[in-house]
Ligand binder design. Sequence first.
Ligand SMILES: [Zn+2]
Length: 426
Amino acid sequence: MERRDKYTLLIRNARRYDGSRVDIHIEDGIIVKVGENVTAEADRVLDACGKYVIPGMYNMHTHAAMTLFRGYRDDMKLFEWLQQIWAVEAHLDDEAIYWGTRLACLEMLRSGTVCFVDMYWHPDVTAQAVKDSGMRAVLTSCLLDAGNEKTKVNDRLKCEKAYADSLKWPDTVRFGVAVHAPYTVCRENIRWAADFARERNLLLNIHVSETDKENEDCMAQYGKSPVKMLDEMGFFGEDVILAHGLWLDDEDVEILGRNRVTVAHNVNSNLKLASGHAFRYEELKRAGANVTLGTDGCSSSNNLDVLEAMKTASLLQKGWRRDPESLPLGELMDMATVNGAVGCRVKGGVLAEGYAADLALVDVHSPAFVPNLNFLSNLVYAADSSCIDTVICDGKVVMEGRKVKDEDEILEKGAENAARLIAKVH
Ligand SMILES: [Zn+2]
């Protein structure tokens, strides 16, 4: 008897944004047919009657296992806050990273996210947690020497080892290299990271211009902005995912656009830490940058909800620009889906044949969707992520009826590990 390797799924009776009916046939993680009345044999047929289908979302900047520090130190100034977070982070071990990441994945699936870009420690353990959750991720190994000569060498060795370990990860979990920030990593290691990544065709990840203080310090030390300094070092390219980019002048915007850099706007974290609000979305988009959304870690954004970030990002653009036409729904949806996929080098974020089968089904049986004059409007401006009913990632159902595998154990272990770490600093 012939062995059947390919897993096939047929989603029937879903609805598109305009309300029209659609069936989706998925084979081996790829959408192979989208249309009305698709007839195909499948290992599983999923009836999506009463639900709308959207591409799964991308969280383009987070520190996943920081879910364990949710609610630990709020309403504080950035650098004081960072000191306190770093004190408890120093005690992180494999078990905490694993359960913190599983908790993050559970939370992201619940809000329709299929892929995230992580900058954190212990990438090999994180990879196992992502694999067990059924999500995608780009996990970036972080360099952070803070001017210490010994750490400078150790960071490179750690990155090399993490890369070697990553060769056994599944295709859905990718390795990348992170430079924590231009002010926490020496120029020699910034160059090393870019060379190491480019020789291996890996993505690069960096925090840049999160605060005006960071820019002022860089001006005082080098006489130029962080973006200009990095540009002169040849750091930027289409392979760079830049988190924040909140304090950019016209020349910075032009540099990021010309280099087709992916910028992750972390609106809720930026507002909560009072880092700033005037994110230059329109200018970056016009210049050619790939603008996306992130949540940042749970210690500053408190949740990992991209749908919530979409609403805040839209309202904030309209508000600070005093222009209600800024960041309209279609562009906002692209920021959260296809732009993220482009930044992560996944052929995804689009409901079309040949694209990754990463989808979410939205339950519209709630007041937020009545009347349903404009589905996207209701999804972003009226609903919250409790409307996300089912998530399919890489062609497999990873959440159904809001139930996720192992969720009770994840909640319990997450609470346990958070308490264990916090007890060490008190
Ligand atoms: Zn961050």
